[in-house]
Design a protein around this ligand. Structure first.
Ligand SMILES: C[S@@+](CC[C@H](N)C(=O)[O-])C[C@H]1O[C@@H](n2cnc3c(N)ncnc32)[C@H](O)[C@@H]1O
Length: 304
């Protein structure tokens, strides 16, 4: 099946999970690109796929049908659905390719793109909060906080004020035009890009979802499992980097302790990527979305 989405860092995902014997949770199944490649490569691999977008679920259900019992697919948020997998299956791998799919970005009616006539940005179109509510009903202070924290926009307050003054705003296009007036131009990148990122993060609770996924993994510590997380901006990458560092710590004594008294054997496993993996020039030329992708991998130790 021709997919509307090219999977990023596919060679690195294969390198990480290619020899897995058992269940891999694909927490962001999307169009099934990563999962199909793994299923084709190694008949021992089984996939528990999760996505909150029905369109993605429908596509990957058809795409992965030839693999029969080796595939289970669940619709929902990965923060919830991963618990089912961790409770019921001997999970040997977890992959999360966080972010928006090319189809979500390209389909104008989904409201993710700067040129869209809609103001939506929900990955799950049945979710209650959309960009329309955030832009038109959040108070100025709350909007400024989102622009600052999730978009790292220095002129967050000025931008929030302009948004509030232009209400009601009914399309992404109009919203982008407001940002263009208020924010300075940054090379070839449209000034509204970081504002859209911030609103999208809020609408889909993206950072909370990522933290909850890491919390679930920390709680269940799936024996011998590798966890690979692909992120597309620094806020997410920082969360993954710091959590993996915590997990890899042998000593958990308080910083003021004169010497180690905890036994020094508290690491949950090891970080397999000293630096994050990123795309090659060739991959970026083929798929510009891969430019900002970073993948970090952690391996949980085998439990006795
Ligand atoms: C970048 S795409 C994944 C593409 C996929 N790896 C492939 O090869 O086709 C990200 C997908 O994750 C889904 N997604 C993002 N956050 C999610 C969450 N919290 N829960 C469930 N699905 C999520 C999106 O709906 C989207 O389909």
């Amino acid at each position: 099946m021709k997919s509307p989405h090219i999977p990023v860092l596919l060679d690195k995902v294969i390198q990480t999970f290619g020899d897995t014997d058992g269940w891999i949770v694909d927490a962001t199944l999307g169009y099934g690109g990563h999962s199909e490649a793994l299923l084709r490569l190694n008949p021992q691999i089984k996939i528990f796929g999760i996505d909150q977008d029905q369109e993605a679920i429908d596509f990957s259900t058809k795409r992965l049908a030839p693999f029969g019992e080796r595939v289970r697919i669940q619709k929902g948020r990965y923060s919830q659905k991963i618990l089912e997998a961790l409770e019921r299956l001997p999970v040997k791998g977890v992959l999360a390719d966080i972010g928006v799919s090319s189809l979500q970005l390209d389909k104008k009616e989904r409201g993710f793109g700067l040129q869209s006539e809609n103001l939506d940005m929900r990955m799950d179109p049945q979710a209650s909060l959309s960009a329309y509510e955030v832009v038109n009903y959040y108070d100025e202070e709350r909007l400024a906080k989102i622009f600052k924290e999730y978009g790292e926009i220095p002129q967050a307050k000025k931008l929030a004020k302009a948004v509030v003054e232009h209400r009601p705003i009914t399309s992404a296009k109009d919203l982008a035009a407001i940002a263009q007036k208020v924010l300075p131009k940054k090379g070839r990148i449209h000034p509204a890009t970081t504002m859209f990122q911030a609103i999208r993060i809020e609408v889909n609770q993206e950072l909370e979802e990522l933290k909850k996924l890491l919390d679930a993994l920390e709680r269940y510590r799936p024996s011998g499992a590798k966890v690979a997380i692909i992120t597309f901006h620094s806020l997410e990458d920082r969360i993954v980097k710091n959590r993996f560092k915590e997990w890899a710590k042998q000593c958990i004594c308080p910083p003021e302790a004169m010497r180690c008294e905890c036994g020094g054997d508290h690491a949950l496993g090891e970080i397999l990527t000293k630096k994050p993996m990123s795309a090659t020039k060739e991959e970026i030329a083929q798929n510009p979305r891969a430019r900002s992708a970073k993948m970090r991998v952690f391996s949980f130790k085998e439990s006795a």
